[in-house]
Design a protein around this ligand. Structure first.
Ligand code: AR6
Length: 204
């Protein structure tokens, strides 16, 4: 946990913490909020969050896998692969919606990020598209609160700083133009990503 940054509205953050993950109140308090409190940075396991939708870092077959995809499939239960099969895959840079099944979240938005191939294969545009299309799907489905993992920064090897900048800029631009979603959580699992997001959001 990074400390020493004064955040306005701490009481609200504690309330928020209880709302999104009621079982573990004291483990952390989300500690950065931006864009009039609509962007919130937390370090947690995305499968535990009680939000309207969580985003999955999926593959084109929507077949499940390792990383956050594996964690989501384990937590959502056996109905999820069945629902994914019916979607018949998803192009890279796009996203598709399923129910959250056994998750606290109502929906899962499966976004397929780019594999990093050195930076000259439109990786940045494709990653931006993942965030944008996920947000569009959220709006179409009345999702008020959505949580993003750090798409493509694990097994797919996208450089973390560049990915964090793309994620933050894309979400910020979207929120400037759209009243929904009202809350966007950036959920970091590893320390590197958490520190990067913290630094980028604090300086924004
Ligand atoms: N909650 C939140 N974030 C997590 C969790 C979790 N429970 N577990 C890992 N992360 P990755 P990718 C973070 O590899 O790079 C799969 O096999 C992790 O720290 O999950 O987009 C798919 O099927 C990292 O920052 O996704 C695809 O084939 C971030 O999630 C492929 O991996 C993304 O890492 C997708 O690779």
């Amino acid at each position: 946990m990074v400390s020493g940054f004064v955040v306005p509205g701490l009481e609200f953050l504690v309330f928020l913490k209880m709302t999104i993950r009621p079982n573990i109140i004291n483990q952390y308090i989300p500690n950065i909020m931006k864009q009039n409190s609509r962007i919130i940075l937390i370090r947690d396991d995305i499968t535990k969050l009680n939000v309207d939708a969580i985003v999955n870092a999926a593959n084109r077959k929507l077949a499940g896998g390792g990383g956050v995809d594996g964690a989501i499939h384990r937590a959502a239960g056996p109905e999820l692969p069945e629902a994914c099969r019916k979607l018949d895959g998803c192009p890279t840079g796009s996203a598709k919606l399923t129910s959250g099944f056994n998750l606290p979240a109502k929906y899962i938005i499966h976004a397929v990020g780019p594999v990093w191939r050195g930076g000259n294969s439109k990786e940045s545009e494709i990653l931006e598209s993942c965030y944008k299309i996920s947000l569009e799907i959220a709006v179409q489905n009345d999702v008020s609160s959505i949580a993003f993992p750090n798409i493509s920064t694990g097994i797919y090897g996208f450089p973390k700083r560049e990915a964090a900048e793309i994620a933050i800029n894309t979400v910020s631009s979207f929120l400037e133009k759209s009243k929904q979603p009202t809350q966007v959580f950036f959920v970091c699992f590893d320390e590197d990503n958490y520190k990067l997001y913290y630094e980028l959001l604090r300086n924004k």
